[in-house]
Design a protein around this ligand. Structure first.
Ligand code: ADQ
Length: 584
């Protein structure tokens, strides 16, 4: 085990952009709850040249030689063309950072939409390439989508119908028959690609589908590949039957039948799993629904459901927050915005109507209107990145947020205090960790949210233990995190009271709560999440093999043929500029 100092000393040149920056190849990892924790070198290059140290559980033992085939809408490596060169980008986010190392170790295959502008020229004729591009360890199989597919499947049915329905925000629900047709066709294409990859796999394949983009894939894949083991993580809430009923007749049935093609469907919380079961009871009356054991019997098969709350790479965030750079940035931010006893608040979201950003601004308005003595007492940094800007509700929301921030700053601001600093851009993880560390409170105000990773990133980065988490009770995270100040974002007065409670909380209580949240988070990291899912899958596969006497082994997977990787914004505001200037 290395000390942090030793880790810092072990630097080598970045293989992608030698000379530009260094990669730190070492890590200091405490073995925690999981018995089998290992260091893994994980050089990343997401913003030209960056690095994340990854310490992960070696979960390959739970695969027992099976090949993992992962399906997600977003790809783990995207090739982008600029005027001078083609560069590779790894999208930030917990999922990629947890699953990429797993895929590297298992030599599996990741199937995803090839969305990058230089993706075609960097893949072979069927869309395959070895990744990471500089040291191939597994296969990325890209699937191509036309503009019409993106409009119908992705922006249309997935993001204008399923997304608002699953978040119970039916005022944004939009249905078009041609979007549904596109969703069906694209799901079929992805299922075909996954099936092809499973035939190339060494031995037995285990398919793991991600999210609401692919509700129809499991049943389609089962139709093609019989006894293949398929599981699915649903990252957003699952709605109750009265909401799903807003879709035209036949579509709820198709979505549920699609998902019941899985062997295991994973949700963040049991509440979402129970909603799913209520929908099955209502729309598929022939299915045998067992609420207590979270299972459905259908077509002679058993489908299990489970609650697996996702998390983050806690140690990686903590390390980023503890770095010298973060220390300097946090100090600079506090000097700029939290001088003389002033507090600093933070929020971080994509601009999405599920995140409750207007509700948060209304609560701040109420707070500063009703309690004038709190004016000047704290500054809010609101990091709000444009998202899904092709869609009208998102464009409207963005305009509303920008206008409200401007109005609040005009109404309450003084020559030496700007109440809200709006950062209207993507912020890299190192900087996020520093801002989370600097903050005295973090506001998460989602109207509905499957989990909410920002809440966990804030807690992981609070290495000085002075911050308070103000958390919407409508997030999956609120069902897990016991010591946050819970609020209802629809209740503007109650939300303002929650912020006031956080601001006035005595230091001892802040520390006690934050320490408890941090201890809890350390017991439940993204690697624990990954491990618990793979353990469950292994147990289900074992029992299935015992039941059918091993027929399964012959039913899926190919002939052991090759499975190695083939060779082959928006405008900133004055506040944001000011914010950047404040940083060293
Ligand atoms: P999201 O709806 O995207 O995820 P969330 O869980 O909060 O929501 O994750 C957002 C991620 O994006 C965080 O890692 C955050 O740091 C990052 N992010 C947000 N704004 C950013 C910015 N301006 N700059 C840089 N990074 C930014 C969906 C579901 C969630 C569920 C996750 C994981 O909606 O409920 O928690 O998947 O399952």
């Amino acid at each position: 085990m290395q000390t942090a100092e030793e880790a810092r000393a072990a630097r080598v040149a970045c293989p992608i952009a030698p000379g530009r920056r260094e990669l730190n190849y070492a890590a200091n990892v405490e073995p925690t709850r999981t018995a089998y924790r290992q260091l893994l070198e994980m050089p990343l290059c997401s913003h030209g040249c960056c690095h994340i140290i990854c310490a992960m559980t070696d979960v390959t033992k739970y695969l027992d030689g099976r090949t993992l085939i992962l399906l997600s809408n977003r790809e783990p490596y995207e090739h982008l063309a600029s005027s001078e060169r083609v560069h590779v980008r790894q999208p930030p986010g917990g999922l990629v950072s947890a699953l990429d190392p797993t895929m590297r170790r298992t030599s599996g295959t990741w199937v995803a939409w090839g969305s990058g502008s230089a993706d075609r020229e960097t893949s072979d004729a069927v869309g395959r390439l070895g990744v990471p591009p500089y040291d191939p360890a597994y296969t990325l199989r890209r699937v191509w989508l036309s503009e019409t597919d993106i409009e119908g499947y992705y922006l249309g049915f997935a993001n204008s119908a399923l997304w608002p329905l699953c978040h119970l925000l039916i005022q944004h629900f939009e249905f078009h028959a041609e979007h549904w047709e596109s969703y069906k066709a694209v799901n079929e294409r992805f299922a075909a690609a996954v099936h092809e990859e499973s035939l190339r796999a060494k031995g037995v394949a285990q398919v793991w589908v991600q999210d609401y983009h692919f509700a129809l894939v499991p049943a389609e894949l089962r139709r093609r590949a019989g006894n293949i083991f398929i599981h699915h993580f649903w990252h957003i809430p699952f709605p109750p039957p009265d909401i799903l009923r807003l879709l035209p007749m036949g579509i709820p049935e198709a979505l549920l039948t699609g998902l019941l093609g899985n062997d295991l469907v994973e949700f963040h919380t049991e509440r979402y799993a129970q909603n799913f079961l209520s929908c099955v009871r209502e729309f598929l009356p022939d299915a045998d629904v067992r609420g207590e054991s979270l299972r459905v019997g259908i077509d002679g098969r058993q489908v299990m459901l489970g609650a697996f709350p996702i998390s983050i790479d806690v140690e990686a965030f903590e390390r980023l927050a503890l770095s010298e750079e973060s220390d300097a940035r946090a100090t600079a931010l506090r000097q700029r915005y939290a001088r003389g006893g002033r507090a600093l608040g933070i929020s971080v979201d994509r601009i999405d109507y599920t995140k409750g950003i207007p509700e948060r601004l209304r609560a701040l308005d109420r707070l500063w209107t009703d309690t004038p003595e709190l004016r000047g007492r704290f500054t809010m940094i609101i990091v709000a990145t444009p998202s899904r800007t092709e869609l009208v509700p998102y464009q409207n929301l963005q305009s509303e947020v920008l206008a409200s921030v401007r109005q609040l700053n005009e109404r309450f601001g003084t020559p030496d205090w700007e109440p809200i600093v709006l950062v209207h851009e993507n912020v890299h993880a190192e900087l996020l960790a520093a801002v989370y560390r600097a903050a005295d409170l973090c506001l998460v105000s989602s109207l509905q949210d499957g989990m909410n990773l920002v809440a966990k990133e804030f807690v992981a980065s609070q290495v000085d233990e002075h911050g308070v988490l103000v958390l919407s009770r409508f997030t999956g995270a609120a069902e897990e995190i016991a010591d946050a100040v819970l609020i209802n974002p629809f209740n503007v007065g109650g939300f303002a009271d929650g912020i006031r409670t956080a601001l006035e909380m005595p230091p001892d209580e802040r520390r006690r709560r934050m320490r408890a949240m941090r201890a809890q988070l350390h017991r439940s990291t993204i690697f624990d999440w990954l491990e618990s899912i793979l353990v469950k899958c292994a147990a289900l596969m074992d029992s299935r093999l015992a039941d059918d006497g091993g027929r399964e082994r012959n039913a899926v997977g190919g002939d052991g043929a090759t499975n190695g990787p083939p060779r082959s914004r928006a405008t900133s505001t004055r506040s944001a500029d000011d914010w950047r200037e404040a940083l060293p």
